[in-house]
Design a protein around this ligand. Structure first.
Ligand SMILES: *Cc1c(COP(=O)(O)O)cnc(C)c1O
Length: 219
């Protein structure tokens, strides 16, 4: 228990200093460990399975629950009702299904991009991303906040994070190779959710402002 709190304090200290938000990925963590961190002041938790997200959002309603895993349309209601933020959007139809279950608010979402184009990974391709992003911005119940990716591992990790950062700059109109003038530019700076236990420091160096940490935090 105290070891968990120690790890959390050290990680928070490191990430707070760089203005990076820590999402505690609790998919393999016990209820007791979630309670311990929530009591200590951790505000943001993430789950990769929609039912577990629902269960824990009901059990711990005073903290924010982020959805980070792949989603089937028949589970859309759990995310629409219970997620504080949905990071793993990868198609417009599922996004519309989730939007139909969002009531009395706008749900913040991130578009997941399969930067390396690996068949084993989720997300839209780099080429599809601008068009999907634009269509998501037209769904009134959603608020598109930025981009998320998972690095393929190995030596491509830094390049993957860098590519997502460049795509973000294109979408915000800050790139040297901007999108056409007709593209509805995002008003503010878009967020970047990238980095997990094994690569979060590289992600932060490349501009991430939200990291998703499971193993390194909960053990
Ligand atoms: C499990 C998971 C994480 C956390 O992975 P760790 O390597 O344990 O930090 C991050 N993002 C997603 C999408 C996950 O499913």
């Amino acid at each position: 228990m105290t070891e968990l709190l120690n790890r959390w304090r050290i990680l928070r200290h490191e990430l707070d200093a760089q203005h990076v938000k820590l999402l505690a990925v609790s998919k393999y963590a016990t209820q007791a460990d979630v309670a311990l961190l929530a009591d200590a002041g951790q505000r943001d938790f993430a789950e990769s399975r929609p039912q577990q997200l629902r269960d824990r959002a009901e059990r711990f309603p005073h903290v924010n629950w982020h959805m980070v895993g792949p989603l089937q349309r028949n589970k859309a209601k759990y995310v629409g009702r219970h997620a504080f933020m949905w990071h793993s959007v990868e198609d417009v139809e599922t996004a519309k299904s989730v939007a139909a279950h969002v009531h009395g608010r706008r749900l913040s979402v991130m578009l997941q991009v399969n930067v390396g184009g690996s068949a084993r990974q989720h997300g839209v391709t780099m080429e599809q991303a601008p068009a999907v992003f634009e269509r998501l911005m037209n769904i009134p119940a959603l608020r598109v906040r930025g981009l998320m990716c998972m690095a393929p591992g190995g030596s491509d990790t830094r390049a993957c994070f860098r590519d997502l950062c460049h795509l973000r700059d294109r979408l915000t109109g800050e790139s040297l190779r901007p999108l056409p003038d007709t593209f509805p530019r995002h008003a503010g700076k878009l967020e970047l959710c990238m980095g997990m236990s094994g690569d979060y420091r590289i992600a932060v160096e490349e501009g991430s402002n939200m990291v998703r940490l499971g193993t390194i935090l909960f053990g």
